[in-house]
Design a protein around this ligand. Structure first.
Ligand SMILES: Cc1cc2nc3c(=O)[nH]c(=O)nc-3n(C[C@H](O)[C@H](O)[C@H](O)COP(=O)(O)OP(=O)(O)OC[C@H]3O[C@@H](n4cnc5c(N)ncnc54)[C@H](O)[C@@H]3O)c2cc1C
Ligand code: FES
Length: 477
């Protein structure tokens, strides 16, 4: 069955040329511009590999290169993240047993390591990274933006709804449009499908990139880490089955590649992300059987909740997922009601006939590169997990390394864009290119971000940021 969306009320999918590749020896049809994992999903393949020890089936979970559950052998190269690797004519893709092995006879020839140099390296081409690049270039700084995905825009490339937030940061515009506008401004400084796999310190900051089988060394005077976040997992029986997807993965499949994630979905989480993605599933003609929310109330905006209720989707609060049903992939889900102490209420189980369980239960900042660079990290629940200690100017505890966007604490695209700009202005300042406009622009942004976080929806982030700023001061005293 072809899972590609034929009609959509908002989106048109311009598919590339029809091509063919093989998966475990079977010929598969795909379109240029699709990733390997997306093309396989469209063709109905949910099981991509097996777990190393117990040989449990594995499908993808994040679809943006963060979790490794889609890694397969591609043209003889093991452990390729197939959710961010574009499919090519006559590619040979194989599920790899165990840890994956590089066969001596297919070992690729050693290539020369390409070397690059820049004043500011920005890791991540999401709203934070792209805004940083546009701002730094405005003041004449040399910038290189690096992103491992085939599309620039980070989370925005799949957000078809009109944004809430600050009018100065494009509220009321669709996320996809914001991504296009930002990319157009920064395009010639962006290197896509290049993954930053290592940070080293020598006389400057040294980043190692992997790009299409080759290594690139980038030396930079300043580094802005704007790598976003990864989706949280919930603990329940069968949570590793293919068909349990993060909400971002579901959005990527539907809104970027025009592929339905399944036919019948149970949504877990009634925050804004769960509610918005439920509506987008309905737009893609996918049946949303119910939304369950463990809290006794709906966390997202009521306007989003009302929209999906009008379409007949029930929202059950004080309810959680108990287990995913299925052997090779999800064939059902069981939910349970919770009492006021969050304990399951006996005999309140309810079974749903679904092929997809979508988890919209929050994000955790991606902090691996900060960790490698020796930045001090602290667990701040208000910001989604471990975050790098930083100050208002987005400086971390390592000289020359700045943080911005979700990687510095979970927020939203508006604050991510502002933080990107602030980090860029701090770099420009530190590079000695400062002028009255830089100082004025940073002052304005700090005022605006403060006012955005002073509303009731920004309160948690404000508290988290205050803790982080205090930690940074502690480290620098
Ligand atoms: C369903 C949904 C709805 C939302 N709605 C809104 C809304 O209405 N309004 C709003 O303001 N916000 C909204 N948000 C939140 C917003 O999308 C995020 O806060 C924002 O995208 C964060 O931006 P960022 O640049 O920090 O990270 P991201 O957008 O996540 O971008 C990070 C980028 O870094 C790249 N990357 C990561 N690691 C590496 C590496 N090692 N090497 C190279 N590249 C790397 C990734 O490929 C990615 O492109 C929503 C989010 C979701 C999921
Ligand atoms: S890394 Fe590919 S699905 Fe997560």
């Amino acid at each position: 069955m072809d899972m590609r969306i034929k009609e959509h009320p908002l989106l048109t999918f311009e598919r590339g040329k029809k091509i063919h590749f093989t998966f475990n020896g079977q010929k598969i049809e795909a379109y240029e511009g699709e990733t390997i994992a997306a093309a396989l999903h469209a063709a109905g393949f949910k099981v991509l590999k097996r777990s190393i020890i117990y040989s449990r089936p594995r499908g993808f979970f994040c679809a943006i290169g963060k979790c490794a559950s889609c890694m397969m052998n591609v043209n003889g190269v093991p452990n390729v993240k197939t959710c961010v690797t574009l499919v090519r004519e006559e590619m040979v893709v194989e599920s790899e047993p165990g840890k994956g092995k590089l066969k001596i006879e297919t070992r690729p020839p050693l290539s020369t390591i390409q070397k690059m140099q820049t004043q500011i390296a920005v890791i991540g081409a999401g709203p934070a990274g792209l805004s940083a690049a546009v701002t730094a270039r405005k003041y004449g700084a040399q910038v290189l933006v690096i992103d491992e995905n085939p599309h620039a825009g980070g989370q925005l490339v799949k957000q078809t709804h009109k944004f809430f937030g600050s009018s100065r940061e494009r509220a009321g515009t669709r996320g996809t449009q914001i991504a296009r506008e930002l990319f157009a401004e920064a395009k010639d400084a962006v290197l896509l499908q290049a993954s930053v796999i290592g940070y080293y310190k020598d006389e400057s900051h040294l980043l190692v990139l992997a790009r299409e089988g080759n290594l690139i060394e980038v030396r930079a005077e300043k580094v802005i880490v704007a790598v976003g976040a990864s989706e949280k997992m919930l603990i329940f029986e069968g949570n590793d089955l293919p068909g349990v997807y993060g909400a971002g993965a579901v959005q990527t499949l539907m809104n970027v590649y025009g592929i339905r994630p399944g036919n019948d979905v149970l949504m877990v989480g009634a925050g804004n992300v769960g509610l918005i993605v439920s509506y987008q599933l309905l737009q893609a003609q996918v049946n949303v059987k119910a939304v369950v929310e463990a809290m006794p109330f709906i966390g997202g905006y009521h306007v989003h909740a009302a929209k999906i209720r009008r379409c007949g989707v029930p929202i059950h609060t004080s309810t959680s997922i108990l287990k995913a049903v299925g052997e090779e992939y999800v064939t059902g889900a069981v939910t349970v009601s919770l009492d006021e102490n969050w304990n399951p209420i006996p005999k309140s189980e309810k079974e749903y006939d679904v092929d997809t369980i979508c988890l919209a239960v929050g994000l955790s900042p991606s902090v691996e590169l900060f960790h490698q660079a020796g930045c001090s990290l602290s667990y701040i629940p208000e910001l989604g997990g471990n975050v790098p200690a930083h100050n208002e100017n987005m400086e971390t505890t390592v000289e020359g390394i700045y943080a911005a966007g979700d990687a510095s604490g979970i927020g939203e695209a508006n604050t991510a864009m502002m933080e990107g700009k602030i980090a860029a202005l701090s770099c420009v300042d530190a590079l000695g290119v400062s002028c009255d406009e830089v100082v004025e622009e940073r002052k304005e942004l700090l005022k605006e971000i403060d006012s955005l976080r002073s509303g009731s929806f920004g309160e948690r982030a404000r508290q988290g940021k205050e803790k982080v700023f205090a930690l940074w001061r502690g480290f620098n005293e």
